[in-house]
Write a protein that binds this ligand. Structure first.
Ligand code: ZN
Ligand code: ZN
Length: 91
């Protein structure tokens, strides 16, 4: 379960509040979410900021969290991929 909307709304600024509300409606209705850039995709493909609660596509997450975080995501993703391939005996 995602962290409930209300937790984030309490602390959100007036700019983020409508984004949080419409994203939450998206997630509940369709398991998809629209990033602040307008890109709509499956929630599992997006990154949610633990601080403000907004979901981002990978591109915008990079901007939001900073390049360092993005590098970390790419690294852990390729490590995970390697691990899966090894487990399946494909590498
Ligand atoms: Zn985006
Ligand atoms: Zn944030």
């Amino acid at each position: 379960m995602p962290i409930p909307l209300v937790e984030y709304l309490l602390h959100a600024n007036s700019e983020d509040k409508p984004v949080l509300k419409s994203q939450w409606a998206d997630v509940v209705a369709s398991d998809c979410v629209t990033c602040t850039c307008g890109h709509n995709q499956a929630v599992i493909m997006t990154y949610r900021c633990l601080y403000c609660g907004i979901w981002f596509c990978s591109e915008c997450a990079g901007k939001h969290f900073g390049a360092e975080y993005q590098a970390y995501v790419e690294r852990s993703r390729s490590e995970l991929f390697d691990k899966l391939m090894k487990e399946k005996g494909l590498r």
